[in-house]
Design a protein around this ligand. Sequence first.
Ligand SMILES: *[C@@H]1O[C@H](CO)[C@@H](O)[C@H](O)[C@H]1NC(C)=O
Ligand SMILES: *[C@@H]1O[C@H](CO)[C@@H](O)[C@H](O)[C@H]1NC(C)=O
Length: 416
Amino acid sequence: MWRKASVAALLALAVGYLYHGCPELPEQLLQYISPDGLRSSPPSQRRLEQVISDAWDSLITLPTGQWSRVAVGYCQEPNCFVNTSNKTPGVLLCGPVGPKLHEMLDEQIVVPPGSLQEMDEYHLILEYKAGEQWGSTRAPQANRFIFSHDVSNGAMSSLETFVASLDEFQPDLVVLSGLHMMEGQGRQLWEDRLKEAVAAISDIRKDIPIHLELASMTDRDYMNSIMQEQVMPIVSSIGLNEQELLFLSQAGGGPHAHLAAWKGVPDVGQVSDILLWILERHGRSDPSSEADLTRVHFHTLAYHVLATVDGHWANQAAAVMAGARVASSQACGTRAVDPTKVELKVPLSFHSSDSEPRVALTLDPAAPLTAWRRGNVTFHMTPVLVCKQPLRTVGLGDAISAEGLVYSEFKSQPGF
Ligand SMILES: *[C@@H]1O[C@H](CO)[C@@H](O)[C@H](O)[C@H]1NC(C)=O
Ligand SMILES: *[C@@H]1O[C@H](CO)[C@@H](O)[C@H](O)[C@H]1NC(C)=O
């Protein structure tokens, strides 16, 4: 231990010296001196990533009952719910589909005539890393801008078309995404449209699970509205990231609402507290509740948690690991996880909650799935192997949730 500490001090000195002399400090050196690098040196770190990746491949198995027909209402990525292998379920895609997009879609995707339009909508996404240069300007921090010319998504005009197509398509899962596209349309419009959206979603047959992807919300008032207008209790499953999770808690006076923002990797215990609160407050944790929400797929850069009310879902361990595996490969732009291009960022020990009872938990790299129970809710957590040089982060939330759903099984309740 002391030896490691003195090595750290030496390195710090050396780097401090170098840094003053040379502001262009090589990135590898910085990584080496960072606390992550010190905790375990690069060679053993690489082994850990390999161990986790191998464990995922052997542990992730498809559920016994797979979806046969999935209806997707709006997707940012043309192929976000499509796996072109044979097991791919039939997919109905509603959303504005112009000629270019239609050409790019897999043959197995059904687009209802009402969704076809003469012109494509488009989004332009500009992403840069801290320190990148454009002309004489150097970016002080990493950022992403999305410009969209997306008239129909903005107004959600496809939602009614979508719901109307469901009777004929007979899906066994409905996936909704893109509510955030209404955010920029001004308060009056989104308030009205949200009411209509809720009415339309309520028309979907009760025995069909609905997953809503919340990711990409930025407006607290809008988020609040989504809670109040009761979008949450009429869907069975939601997918969100750490920002939306905290918004939800702040909007509804939930746990850790006093946090202004997460610092670094969100604490697993605090995240678990908010997830439990969502399922108890807005979900069906109590069987006598009217709410449908029984599943929350939480994703943040360093790890994912799938929280489910007991008795409604199966294959959760594989589902959460499959979502993390796709995040780890897709961010790097590789087909499979490349253990040399990724790193583990989540601590291997954490707690089940931030308050009592606070159970100490650990993550075993050889079986990278930690599960715990609170009340009527079970949590499944797995790390993400974070891409060191990410190439593709847009649409990652959709991909994670979609993959998680492919591996999930819904147990329809007796009584429906
Ligand atoms: C599609 O599914 C197969 C079978 O589960 C899997 O091996 C493959 O990696 C998936 N492809 C993509 C692009 O996700
Ligand atoms: C858990 O489920 C039981 C019935 O199975 C119910 O009585 C109890 O209220 C539920 N707990 C919570 C916190 O919803």
